[in-house]
Write a protein that binds this ligand. Structure first.
Ligand SMILES: [Zn+2]
Ligand SMILES: [Zn+2]
Length: 1041
């Protein structure tokens, strides 16, 4: 009868489509729904009454129903009401008139939204969720729920289509929908109802599988729907259970559809979910419709409902459990995850009722195949779907302990699990300990009322969400699972959520999250499909932002440590450093893996991503100058050596652009390192001031502990230094706050467990980077496509090294004869400047010519500054082939080039105000120097140029000492050839095993490298190197300068 009539209705609806007509239609529909919920309540009461009469000893038969006339009558009425609702909805759904694109559909939908239909739906959902009905009713109710839920996304489809196609969103419909949904709480109640049904299914499942005596015992406790299990009933019951599962599945799909569609219009204009967070990382994209943005709080409110939140969590955990069983044969996963996050949870299900956990076959069961289990492909799909929905929901709603919507902020530091909306014991309000204990009780807990009286606020803390998402992510990232599909959206969303939340977690938890992330994404990045590279970039950037991030509470930890005067933690510096090992290994492994692959079609893309990764995780994060203080392992040095080799390897593989991109990033890294470690500290900052404070128990230096506000004048001083020493390109996408943190953390309390003093690492890394960067001078610097900032950056880096050389030679007055140790150290610095055919001088000359040719004053000044120091520092024969000097006041022509030597005229130098340089050039040209030269410039020249530069310079160990110390402690001794491209596999053994037989200082991985290096300039440096090493071998280097 229903079908015939509804077809009639549907064509009638098509014809009479005025808003008034539709409003009336929905009004009637609402009445039917309210009838149904009233009947439902009544039924509930009758059942409870009868139970009370029987003293609770026996229960109303669940699947059998009851034969009392009163009961029968109620059942009949309910079935009629249900039939009414279902057929009516069938009519709506099949009529095409309401929900498809047809003239006037907006008016019809508005009528629907204004007719309180959602409230009627909400009432039914609510009644069901609060009810405790038996098996037969669950079967009936599931039909109603599924039907009603199927209508929700249908409604939303109306605005979805225009919104997703472009920026042209039907704002009126969208906002009407959001308002109606918010007013009626329909989404939250729908989720509660679905949870109720899932709980019922879970309970049934437990009863079915327990069997025998266990079943008997359980039956005595179990509230919902298990009477005596007669074999006769079992078949029919399983069939019905199959149907319920089927409906639950469709409800799950519909809810997920609603959740993801709800964010659709906002995402369309905002582009990223992160921008919708209560405390967005970036300002909303310009051009976003203000009307849309105004709806954001309402949308967030909808998604923050406890029902929605628990639903999101439950799916995720359920499916992760299934995945776990699929792969590992049913090991309990929760406890290991809790351990990983330091949560002392007895309850592996994070406070959710454990009876509600779905068995694998319930995800695929149908009436005909009630025991069908999901195969691997289905499991992956399920898991990805659940992850996508929950990640997007949580990205918009969840925030950390500083946020408002946290259940139990006090619980976080100790790491206990707060209530996650588990069933309250005895109907009382949920308490953190009570709920967790009840959840852990398994079957015993099922004895409590099976109703969800969930707390009003978001039930999960950020830490719990992190652990849940990680749980799922771990499953998704299992080997072979992620590579199968190229669409990596869910993984990216989950990673973005994790890194977003980690910014709000307390330091130790955030650290665990980070450690987990490095471990998890290693394999993912290594096997990333090509079309997922762009989203991966986004993830890397956000992870990079996390590295020097200051967590809430981090300051208290550090201050407590300082008060106690000890080191309860290996160090109390930023988050990154706790997770440094995993992070360094990640960058290293991923790079080596990509590069090891044969040059495939997309080789260049991977090369590009290596550059991106190093850029996001090392440069933008500003973490390198801090890692040298705190890194507890050789991984960092290892990584730098690998990056140098990688850049060469990229070039050798023909990926020139990618190699250049990586080289630029490494250049900016060298710039950071030089600025923070080789130049005077910003005004008002003292190196290691924190350690003094901690040792004496006195107040620590200003702003040097995390969590302490940086005094304004110190912040300004650091900002000034950064602006003066770092080029604009190297400060790109780096917030000022992070730069301040870089300086302060680098010169904060050193990590006592570090195997090498920071200055040693700094010099070693600088030598590696410079050896690679010296190749930059081969570019045509005078052409516009070489960025000015790149030229300026390398000039400044060379300047920093030159000043160190100057400082070292100040303390080593020159004389003839064999080198003393201090002379050898000064020589070692000089050798670093002169490696690769006089790299620094050649660079200064080329940069000067380029600046003059490009009429770029800043570059010219920087190059002249560098030249001034180099000329004072280096012997005449090293200068001669790169710079010439004409002592003639009329020589006012600018330096010409590009071929070296660059000719500098006295007259031109005077025009530029560089009389000092002219004087030094003049002296240098007339003085003679042997190999170990008489360097001593006339006192007036030295005082004039050197003194102002080297006051307040920090003193670093010389390159030879640093290399020896690194080799002694870590075994890393990189190949001396600048363009060596051999990558270290394990990273623990020295890659260079062959010594130059003359100087016994240069080392090579192979004969080829040795030949190349000899040609590239070692033949002029070999004797110098030999003298240095001979001198230093007799005088062991002090490790702590
Ligand atoms: Zn080599
Ligand atoms: Zn040699």
């Amino acid at each position: 009868m229903g079908l015939q009539r509804s077809l009639g209705v549907s064509s009638m609806l098509d014809r009479h489509g005025t808003p008034e007509f539709w409003a009336a239609v929905f009004l009637v529909h609402g009445y039917a729904l309210r009838d149904y919920s009233a009947l439902y309540e009544e039924m509930q009461q009758v059942q409870e009454h009868r139970q009370a009469q029987r003293g609770g000893a026996t229960r109303e038969g669940g699947w059998e129903g009851s034969d009392s006339p009163e009961w029968q009558q109620l059942t009949q009425s309910m079935r009629r009401a249900r039939a009414g609702i279902c057929s009516f909805q069938f009519a709506l759904a099949s009529s095409d008139a309401l929900f498809r694109k047809s003239p006037g559909h907006e008016r019809r939908v508005l009528a629907l939204l204004r007719s309180d239909t959602f409230k009627s739906y909400s009432a039914v959902f609510d009644a069901v969720a609060r009810g405790r009905l038996s098996g037969t009713f669950a079967y009936d109710v599931s039909a109603i729920l599924a039907t009603m839920l199927s209508l929700l996304p249908e409604c939303m489809g109306v605005y979805k289509a225009p919104c997703n196609s472009g920026d042209d969103c039907d704002l009126e419909l969208y906002s009407a929908f959001v308002k109606a949904a918010a007013d009626s709480h329909v989404l939250d109640h729908a989720c509660r109802a679905a949870l109720w049904l899932a709980d019922f299914v879970g309970g049934e499942q437990a009863a079915c599988t327990a069997g025998g005596a266990a079943a008997q015992e359980q039956e005595a406790h179990h509230e919902i729907g298990t009477a005596t299990l007669r074999p006769v009933d079992l078949g029919q019951r399983e069939k019905k259970m199959g149907s319920i599962c089927d409906r639950l599945r469709s409800m799950r799909k519909d809810i997920n559809k609603v959740l993801s569609t709800l964010l659709g219009p906002l995402l369309g204009q905002q582009q990223s979910l992160g921008a919708l967070h209560p405390r967005p990382l970036a300002a909303p994209r310009t051009g976003t419709d203000p009307g849309l943005l105004a709806l954001l709080p309402a949308v967030r409110g909808l998604l923050s409902g406890t029902g929605v939140q628990v639903w999101a969590a439950k799916q995720l955990l359920d499916v992760a459990n299934v995945a776990q069983e699929e792969v590992l044969g049913g090991t309990e996963l929760g406890s290991s995850v809790c351990k990983m996050f330091g949560l002392t949870a007895p309850d592996p299900y994070l406070g959710l009722p454990s009876t509600a956990r779905m068995q694998p076959h319930l995800f695929t069961a149908t009436a005909d195949h009630p025991l069908k289990k999901p195969d691997t492909a289905t499991t992956i799909e399920l898991l990805r779907g659940a992850m996508s929905v929950s990640s997007s929901t949580w990205q918009v709603t969840i925030s950390g302990p500083v946020g408002a919507a946290v259940a139990a902020p006090g619980a976080l530091p100790t790491g206990s699990v707060t209530t996650a909306g588990g069933r309250p014991v005895g109907g009382g309000s949920a308490s953190a300990s009570g709920s967790a204990a009840a959840g852990g009780g398994g079957v015993a807990a099922a004895a409590a009322a099976p109703t969800y009286r969930l707390p009003e606020t978001i039930p999960f803390s950020a830490a719990q969400v992190c652990s849940m998402v990680s749980t799922a992510l771990q499953r998704v990232l299992m080997p072979g699972w992620s590579a199968a599909r190229s669409d990596q959206g869910e993984i990216v969303q989950a990673l973005l959520l994790l890194s977003r939340l980690a910014q709000e977690l307390r330091a130790r938890q955030a650290q665990r999250v980070l450690e987990g992330i490095w471990g998890m994404i290693n394999g993912w990045l290594q096997s990333l499909p090509v079309d997922a590279l762009t989203p991966a970039r986004q993830v890397l950037q956000q992870l990079g932002a996390l590295l020097l991030h200051e967590c809430p509470g981090e300051g208290e930890l550090a201050q407590a440590a300082a008060r106690q005067g000890g080191h309860p933690e290996p160090n109390d510096c930023p988050l990154a450093l706790h997770a440094a090992e995993g992070f360094l290994i990640l960058v290293h492994d991923v790079s080596v893996e990509w590069l090891g692959q044969p040059l495939a079609l997309h080789g260049a893309l991977f090369g590009r991503l290596i550059a991106d990764m190093v850029n996001a995780l090392l440069r933008q994060s500003c973490v390198l100058p801090v890692l040298v203080v705190h890194q507890p392992s050789p991984s960092l040095l290892d990584l730098v050596v690998t990056l140098r080799a990688m850049c060469n390897a990229l070039r050798r593989k023909g990926m020139v652009a990618e190699a250049a991109a990586l080289q630029t990033v490494l250049l900016h890294l060298a710039e950071q390192l030089a600025a923070v470690w080789m130049r005077p500290l910003p005004e008002g900052m003292r190196s290691g001031s924190c350690s003094q404070g901690a040792g004496s128990g006195a107040a620590a230096g200003p702003g040097c502990l995390p969590g302490q506000p940086i005094p304004d004048d110190l912040a300004a001083a650091i900002d000034r230094t950064a602006a003066a020493l770092l080029t604009k390109a190297s400060r790109e996408q780096v917030p000022k706050q992070r730069l301040r943190r870089m300086w302060l953390a680098a010169h904060g309390r050193p990590n006592k467990a570090a195997i090498l003093p920071a200055p040693v690492s700094v010099v070693f890394i600088m030598a590696q980077l410079l050896s690679l960067l010296s190749g930059l001078r081969k570019q045509r610097l005078w052409e516009a496509d070489v960025p000015k900032d790149s030229i300026l950056a390398l000039t400044r880096v060379y300047m920093a090294v030159a000043l160190q050389a100057l400082l070292a030679s100040e303390s080593a007055p020159a004389r003839s004869g064999l080198l003393t140790a201090s002379e050898a150290r000064a020589e070692s610095w000089r050798a670093m400047l002169l490696a690769e055919e006089g790299a620094a001088v050649a660079w200064a000359a080329s940069a000067l010519y380029a600046a003059v040719r490009r009429q770029w004053l800043e570059g010219q000044e920087a190059a002249l500054d560098l030249l001034e120091v180099l000329v004072l520092l280096l012997p005449a024969e090293d200068l001669r082939s790169h710079v010439g000097y004409y002592k003639d006041e009329s020589a006012t022509w600018p330096p010409s080039g590009p071929a070296l030597p660059l000719a500098l005229g006295q007259g031109w130098l005077a025009q530029q105000g560089r009389e000092k340089l002219a004087a030094v050039m003049n002296w240098r040209q007339t003085s003679r120097g042997g190999l170990v030269l008489s360097l001593a410039a006339p006192a007036h020249l030295s005082d004039m140029i050197a003194k102002p530069h080297i006051t307040a310079l920090p003193q670093l160990p010389c390159p030879a000492d640093a290399a020896a110390a690194v080799a002694a402690v870590t075994g890393i001794w990189p190949c001396s050839a600048a363009d060596c491209s051999r990558l270290q596999e394990s990273g623990r053994e020295p890659i260079a095993t062959q010594l130059c037989s003359r100087c016994r200082a240069a080392r090579y991985c192979c004969a080829e490298c040795q030949k190349a290096h000899w040609r590239a300039g070692h033949k002029t440096q070999c004797a110098r190197q030999g003298a240095i090493w001979a001198a230093l071998n007799t005088a062991p280097a002090p490790l702590h300068p």
